[in-house]
Design a protein around this ligand. Structure first.
Ligand code: PEP
Ligand code: MG
Length: 325
């Protein structure tokens, strides 16, 4: 066991390449700024998902622009030239700030309620505060913006309009900021996956959020133990949605990442790469095992296996078709 952990630790400084020499970007998901150290130590190629809800959760006030700015600067300082994808607030549903009255919800069905980008578009003051801080911090590193839970094109366009307003304000105020940073979206609602070809023309990248995508596509509460056995990443419908998003992204020449829990699981790595993904973002602790899995696999074989899996009509246990290493 000790040997195994030593072997994995040796991967920290080595990049992820398949046996047949295809470079894969291995990125980290973080919630708290201090987690960036874990990612840097394990040789992450960047931060693929920076969840910014921590600024609200556990706080008794709405974060100020400076609090946002400091949190973002801390992460880019440590990641150097590597990309850092900052996701705008994804509050609501399972992420409820206890101490800020207006965000408390009494909805019966919060996962389908006023959450995430929907909430940001109703609280423009806070949304703009966060966007200002992101644009200002982007002067110091390779920051990218990502909107969560985008469901319709109209919603994306509204979010982009607010971003354009913020850019104008900063220009008027002659504040130092970066204007041309990439803007992407999470694909985590089946409606967005089905419309990915249209979304792909209006964003710079996609990141597939399988945690919510599975919940909404299979109608299974991601946090409900009594239906946990029905929550299956390998379900053919999920694989098909992922495939659609990857194809749509590649057709428009934009990068596609998976940042849900699925990409942290070495068992799914060959399948995801076989479906065309070249970037995976995961919990920092799993970076070494995923790197190891990538180095052990042959991409051409993974593609053939993914094709075979996608060609099956009735595959209730799809993932079992992937032989263990
Ligand atoms: C997801 O939904 O897959 C995701 C990465 O976001 P979160 O888990 O924060 O909802
Ligand atoms: Mg999500």
């Amino acid at each position: 066991r000790e040997c195994e952990s030593e072997r994995l630790a040796a991967l920290n400084t080595i990049e992820a390449r398949t046996n047949d020499d295809v470079r894969i970007q291995v990125l980290g998901n973080i919630e708290f700024p201090q987690e960036v150290t874990q990612c840097a130590k394990r040789g992450a190629d960047g931060i693929g998902l920076y969840r910014t809800e921590f600024l609200y959760l556990g706080s008794d006030h709405e974060p100020t622009e400076e609090e946002h700015y400091d949190a973002y600067c801390r992460v880019i300082e440590e990641m150097g030239d590597h990309p850092v994808v900052i996701r705008t607030l994804d509050l609501g549903a399972d992420k409820i700030p206890g101490d800020i009255e207006e965000f408390r919800t009494k909805a019966d069905n919060p996962a389908l309620g006023l959450r995430s980008i929907r909430l940001s578009l109703r609280h423009l003051g806070q949304f703009k505060t966060q966007l200002r801080a992101i644009l200002r911090a982007a002067v110091h590193g390779d920051i990218r913006i990502m909107f969560p839970l985008v469901t319709t094109l109209l919603e994306l366009r509204r979010a982009r309009m607010i971003l354009a307003d913020v850019i104008e304000d900063l220009e008027d105020e002659k504040i130092d900021f970066r204007k041309d940073l990439p803007v992407g979206m999470m694909v985590e609602v089946p409606a967005a996956a089905l419309q990915a070809h249209n979304f792909a023309r209006e964003v710079d990248f996609f990141s597939i959020g399988t945690n919510d995508l599975i919940q909404y596509a299979l109608a299974v509460d991601r946090a409900e133990p009594s239906v946990a056995s029905l929550y299956r990443a390998g379900d053919p419908s999920i694989l098909q949605l992922i495939q659609m998003v990857v194809n749509a992204g590649h057709a428009e020449g934009i990068p596609v990442t998976v940042c849900g829990q699925m990409s942290s699981d070495p068992k799914f790595v060959p399948l995801l790469l076989g479906l065309g993904l070249r970037e995976l973002s995961m919990v920092p602790a799993n970076i070494p095992v995923v790197k190891q899995r990538i180095r052990d696999m042959d991409l051409a074989a993974a593609q053939r296996r993914a094709d075979a899996i996608m060609g099956q009509v009735d595959t209730p246990q799809t993932i079992n078709m992937i032989p263990p290493k």
